[in-house]
Write a protein that binds this ligand. Sequence first.
Ligand code: ZN
Length: 138
Amino acid sequence: MQQVFVQFADRTEAQLVAPTMLVEDFAKMMNVVALFFAGKLLKNTEVISVVPQDCTLVAVSPVDGAGKDKKRKKKAKKTPKRKPHVQKKHKLSLLKLYKVSGDKVDSLREYCPRCGPAVRMAKHANRTHCGRCGHAGK
Ligand SMILES: [Zn+2]
C-alpha cells in the first residue's frame, strides 16, 4: 500500500491506497473532482504510483452547494411602505371650542350627560362622543 496525504480546503487526510488504483477511482473514493500533485493535475487514467510515497495531493472538492451559506437575497417589497398617520396641527384649536361674544364666553361643546358638567363631548360629523365614558349622542 502507498500512503498519500490528501489536502482539502480545511484539512489534510492521510490515505492508504493501492499503487495500482486509478486516480479517477481514488478521487471518487475521496469524493473530490480532481487531484493535483506539485501543481499539476493528475489525469484520471493515471495510477497512484505516479506520485511518490507520502506525498501530498491537493484535492478539489465538488462545487455543488457553493454559496449555500450566503445570506438569502432580501425579498423585494411588493407594496410601498405605509406612512404612519400624523395628526394635523391646529393652531389655537381651543378657539374652536368656545365662542366669545362681548364679555360672555359660550362653550360650543355640550357637557356629557353621564359624566356631568366637567366633561365636554367631542363633536363629530354626525354625533357627539364623550372621550371619558364613551357616551355617544346626537
Ligand atoms: Zn361621559
